[in-house]
Design a protein around this ligand. Structure first.
Ligand code: ADE
Length: 216
């Protein structure tokens, strides 16, 4: 089974999202396991400190190496991929999601950033995959972690009911999907293109192909 262990100081964010929609269905079908873990569990001091001031001074706080190291020691298995969220990481793209979804019994630990980032020794010694979801800076890594989990999970065979919806997918083959419509045929004078109602499958396919947009 594909399995994710998400390490965060806000596990409730992960728990809320994993309990709805496709992620919830995939867990119920035992196709994926998604666990959230509070990083503070691996602290030893009274205040459960996960961050510290930067060595050599500077703004903000840095996530400490010890609790993260302990979390990884506790959670890692034989073939674990340790991923970390950072705006400095490799940009996450659809082919990468597909690559992960094809790994047999994928087990991924995802470390969610907060504050000004992680102690560099974490990147240097503990992590296999640094990823960013775009060229902007978020307040934390929980959303990027969930983007990764969501994007991989929906590609796991058996998760989506209709496998055709995966074959014709946006961004695969560098193409965006064609426009889609559903009933009513006419709303406010806004009509469904008549070719889609013609029943001529060849014409429908030609029409759709002509409207697929290329992405750079
Ligand atoms: N943490 C903060 N911003 C991020 C981003 N754009 N991608 C991944 N992790 C982040």
């Amino acid at each position: 089974m594909v399995s994710f262990d998400i390490v965060t100081i806000f596990p409730e964010v992960v728990d809320a999202y994993k309990s709805v929609g496709i992620l919830s269905i995939a867990q119920k079908k035992n196709l994926v396991e998604i666990n959230s873990h509070n990083l503070r569990k691996w602290t030893t001091d009274k205040h459960k400190t996960v961050d510290g001031t930067p060595a050599g001074d500077g703004p903000g706080m840095i996530l400490k190496v010890e609790p993260i190291y302990k979390a990884i020691q506790d959670l890692k298995r034989e073939n674990t991929i340790v991923a970390i969220t950072t705006p400095k990481g490799e940009r996450l793209v659809q082919p990468k999601l597909r690559e992960f979804s094809n790994v047999k019994d994928l087990h991924m630990i995802i470390l969610c950033g907060r504050y000004e980032g992680f102690d560099q020794r974490i990147y240097d010694n503990l992590v296999d995959y640094e990823f960013s979801i775009g060229d902007y800076v978020l307040a934390g890594g929980e959303l990027p972690a969930l983007v990764l989990v969501d994007g991989i999970t929906r590609l796991i065979p058996g998760v989506l009911g209709n496998s055709d919806s995966l074959n014709e997918e946006s961004f695969d083959n560098n193409q965006l999907e064609y426009p889609q419509y559903t009933q009513p045929e006419n709303f406010n004078g806004w009509k469904i293109p008549s070719v889609l109602l013609s029943g001529d499958h060849k014409k429908v396919e030609e029409y759709r192909n002509s409207l697929k947009k290329k992405v750079e």
